[in-house]
Design a protein around this ligand. Structure first.
Ligand code: IDP
Ligand code: CA
Length: 494
């Protein structure tokens, strides 16, 4: 009995020791308060400009999936290339959205927040038509961005290759496809093997990008990445003039005649009419070579709404007769066989979303049926059903649906591989598009090698500490209760 007193006190000290150790270890490893960083990217597209604001915790910036889109501000009016007659006003158009960014980002972070502007195919076309004016437009937007309180990092026309690559990086970053699982316990929520190909449809160009095991026969289409310790062999191509607005121009220009003022067009719903100035139609370098000198100044398009005839007409804009490689998509451009899953975004998504074809996987035949049904609806009915949508978009969904089907067919999607396409608007709250990938690259947020990370997350660490402490206590208590006189302590078992 005399020996039990000191042993009891020893036991109590032992228990207290374990508790204290746990508390100290947990507190010591408490995550630091979040230090947030911000970044701004302006997507100066051919049809419009959007300002994206991103935010991420500074201490986690090399992890994957940590950057979040906090805002998309749509700039009023058309894309910056539409200011070719008054370049100075291009910069002014951005002001309202930059003011919004000023309100959203805390003042203390303004100076350190990078701002990038990337212009895509609209400006590529303007540069082809008149490079001096394109430079003036860029100088104007640069002026506005320089005068903002943020850290201006440049305004430039990105290449089609970059546009494809950054779109691919964005969706795979957001889907968590780059790090499947770290060596120990940090399992990513989306741990499906492999990356997803990216399909981007703009107004003036379209991009296809995917990982391929095949030999990429043309150097211009080949990209090699090393990201988070893994190498990727990526195929990419950007088709200038094959965004849906330029494709529509090509399709119209192909059916223009020298005499007729009216043009019956099966790609518009019956009863729809639109006047088109031929000067405007031919102003794009995509169609300037197709100009018919005797064409009237204005033509009137009259819709006839016929899916099959529209499909035949759309097919005239693709050249599939020559290929100097082992295989091509169209216009003599090399493309290896399709591989893996694909995420289709931007106008691919807008059009499919309007046709209600994005929610679950729909077979290729049902998609064709839906587009066919939409094309055959009279314009008055289309308007009645979806009156609030901008007339330009609404009137072009028949053409766009047919165009998307034709384009994806030429890429090689058939009834079975169609199931591999997911139409994506946002992924975990961030828009699918090239802007996030662009910022991740320019801020060096994607490391080539896996960053060293503790094997356990904070939650896992605390959990294990608590588990082992309870386990030790349990052993001690069992000893105590089993032997009353805690011989295990006396014999120095613990
Ligand atoms: O709500 C919509 N419905 C249909 N099309 C849309 C909608 N919003 C944007 N678009 C289209 O998406 C395309 C976006 O292209 P963007 O302006 O990014 O050109 P780019 O990427 O070729 O430079 C344009 O054709 C635009 O008309
Ligand atoms: Ca775009």
């Amino acid at each position: 009995m005399e020996q039990e007193g000191p042993l009891f006190i020893l036991g109590v000290f032992f228990v207290l020791g374990i508790v204290a150790l746990t508390v100290v270890a947990v507190l010591q490893n408490k995550p630091l308060p979040e230090n947030l960083k911000y970044g701004i990217v302006l997507d100066a597209g051919s049809s419009h400009t959007s300002v994206y604001i991103y935010r991420w915790p500074a201490e986690k910036e090399n992890d994957t999936g940590v950057v979040q889109q906090v805002e998309e501000c749509k700039v009023e009016g058309n894309g910056i290339s539409s200011y070719h007659e008054k370049p100075v006003e291009a910069g002014l158009s951005l002001q309202a959205c930059m003011n919004k960014a000023r309100d959203i980002i805390p003042v203390s972070k303004h100076k350190e927040t990078p701002v990038y502007l990337g212009a895509t195919a609209g400006m590529r076309l303007l540069r082809l038509t008149n490079s001096r004016v394109a430079d003036e437009v860029l100088a104007s937007v640069e002026n506005t961005l320089r005068s903002s309180p943020f850290d201006f990092q440049g305004a430039r026309i990105i290449t089609g290759q970059e546009e494809g690559a950054y779109g691919w990086i964005t969706i795979n970053y957001l889907l968590g496809n780059f790090i499947h699982s770290s060596p120990w316990f940090n399992i990513m929520p989306n741990s499906k093997e492999g990356t997803s190909g990216a399909l981007d449809l703009g107004g003036a160009s379209t991009q296809i990008t995917f990982v391929s095991d095949e030999n990429i026969e043309s150097q211009d289409n080949s990209l090699r990445f090393r990201l988070y310790g893994k190498s990727y062999n990526v195929y990419t191509h950007s088709f200038l003039c094959y965004g849906k607005d330029q494709a529509l121009r090509l399709q119209l220009a192909n059916t223009m005649t020298g005499q007729n003022i009216t043009l019956l067009d099966p790609c518009f719903n019956s009863g729809y009419m639109r006047n088109v100035s031929t000067a405007d139609l031919y102003s794009s370098p995509c169609v300037s070579g197709l100009r018919i000198l005797t064409a009237p100044q204005t033509i009137q398009i009259q819709g006839t709404g016929n899916y099959q005839l529209c499909k035949n007409k759309v097919q005239t804009i693709f050249n599939v007769s020559h290929c100097s490689y082992s295989r091509c998509s169209f216009n003599g451009i090399f493309q290896p066989g399709l591989q893996g899953e694909f995420g289709a975004f931007s106008a691919f998504y807008f059009v499919m979303d309007f046709l209600k074809l994005t929610k679950e996987k729909v077979s290729l035949d049902s998609v064709k049926d839906t587009v066919e049904r939409h094309c055959s609806k009279p314009w008055a009915e289309v308007k009645r059903e979806s009156g609030r949508i901008k007339e330009k978009y609404l009137s072009e969904y028949c053409f766009s649906g047919v165009y998307i089907l034709s384009l994806l067919d030429l890429y090689g999607f058939n009834s079975s591989s169609w199931e591999d396409i997911t139409f994506l608007g946002k992924i975990h709250g961030s828009d699918a598009g090239w802007t996030l990938g662009y910022m991740l690259n320019l801020t060096n947020m994607i490391p080539a090698e896996l960053p060293p990370s503790p094997p356990l997350s904070h939650g896992g660490y605390v959990g294990l500490m608590v588990f082992f402490s309870v386990f030790l206590l349990f052993i001690l208590l069992t000893c105590w209760l089993t032997f009353r006189k805690p011989k295990c302590l006396q014999k120095g078992i613990i």
